[in-house]
Design a protein around this ligand. Structure first.
Ligand code: SF4
Length: 355
């Protein structure tokens, strides 16, 4: 596929303040030049108006990018099956899904094991090792939060990009290396760095996560601010936020109510107060230059796929009601946008943990 060749400059704001925990992103980047072509690094960027969507779109079509695996399912089958079996599981199944060890009783949840998105990600990562037996393989973060799988990848010499001083050290990655993106994705500036290095990218991002990215890109297109229901330091939310133009991240209903109360000038529950207090509260959870008086007029809701479905839905309804109250029912479509991006697998599993 022919993609126009361009020289491009862009700068992306990834403030380190915003990225606590393991998922530290890159520091602010100065504008850089990137040659764009499917023959090499395949970035297509407008020098003055970087478009994350176009960049991602073109990256997925480049030669150095794979997100479908390598047709080596058979070769990884035994390994995959091993991840699904254990002595504990066997014991539970043999005993009506419940067993007591000493004074601890373990019950087997109705839904357990990897969701299909995780299974897919692990499968692709294992296949990558088979496909590139001699290359150095890096991963930008834990592929999934599962110690057994992560240990297995370590044994296969799939190394995690080191983090120093809260920043990922992409200097360790060289041109002929392979870099795996985990199931919850990677922030756009990480993709840019890897693309710039012209490495082989193996993207295991779950399609449900990509669906959320698509929705925040639609928000952006319509000049809507994305309200992301998630945790601002969670890798998935960091990645999602990187594809949004203007965003605010709320971790729960209480924070969503605070935002809505601010929109309604304190008429919801009086939780909010001044603009300064608002900014202080969400200082780690908003896009650069966020202004609650300007950026809460057109809103779209997106979510971190691991959040509870019920809470995301409630937040969506709350925001919708708030915008109706503020702007009138007949104008709601100009002020509120919603797409269903709730992952089914999470919804099957998460409630099983609360029974
Ligand atoms: S988004 Fe859903 S299907 Fe995808 S990895 Fe997460 S829980 Fe699994």
């Amino acid at each position: 596929m022919a993609i126009s060749l361009q020289l491009c400059r862009f700068s992306i704001r990834i403030g380190s303040d915003n990225f606590g925990g393991r998922s530290e992103a890159l520091p602010f980047r100065k504008p850089i030049s990137v040659r764009c072509s499917t023959d090499s690094t395949s970035v297509v960027v407008d020098p003055d108006n970087f478009d994350a969507k176009s960049f991602r779109h073109n990256l997925t079509r480049s030669k150095n990018y794979n997100r479908k695996g390598f047709g080596r399912k058979e070769e990884t089958l035994e390994l995959m099956n091993r991840e699904y079996t254990s002595d504990i599981l066997k014991k539970l199944k043999e005993n009506g899904n419940e067993y007591t060890w000493g004074n601890v009783t373990v019950k087997l949840a109705e839904a357990y094991g990897f969701c299909w998105g995780v299974e897919r990600a692990v499968q692709i990562a294992y296949e990558a090792r088979k496909q590139f037996p001699d290359e150095k393989i890096w991963i930008t973060n834990e592929i999934i939060h599962n110690p057994t799988v992560n240990k297995r990848l370590e044994e296969m010499e799939v190394k995690t990009i080191p983090v120093e001083g809260g920043k990922k050290q992409f200097d360790v990655v060289n041109k002929d290396d392979v870099v795996v993106l985990p199931a919850f994705g990677a922030a756009v500036d990480e993709m840019l760095v890897l693309n710039d290095k012209n490495v082989q990218i193996v993207d295991t991002t779950c399609p449900w996560v990509t669906k959320v990215w698509n929705s925040v890109e639609k928000h952006q297109k319509g000049d809507y601010t994305s309200i992301i229901h998630g945790k601002y330091s969670h890798e998935e939310t960091i990645a999602t936020a990187s594809f949004a133009a203007t965003y605010i991240i709320v971790k729960d209903m209480t924070e969503a109510m605070y935002v809505c109360d601010y929109i309604l000038g304190g008429e919801l529950n009086g939780a909010s107060s001044t603009k300064e207090a608002f900014m202080e509260k969400f200082k780690h959870a908003t896009s650069e230059g966020f202004d609650p008086d300007h950026d809460l007029v057109k809103l779209g809701v997106a979510n971190q796929t691991t959040m509870l479905k019920g809470e995301t839905e409630e937040i969506g309804k709350l925001v919708e009601r708030t915008m109706m109250q503020k702007y009138g029912v007949k104008n709601i479509n100009d002020h509120f946008l919603s797409f269903n991006t709730i992952c089914d697998a999470t919804q099957v599993r998460a409630p099983r943990c609360y029974v």
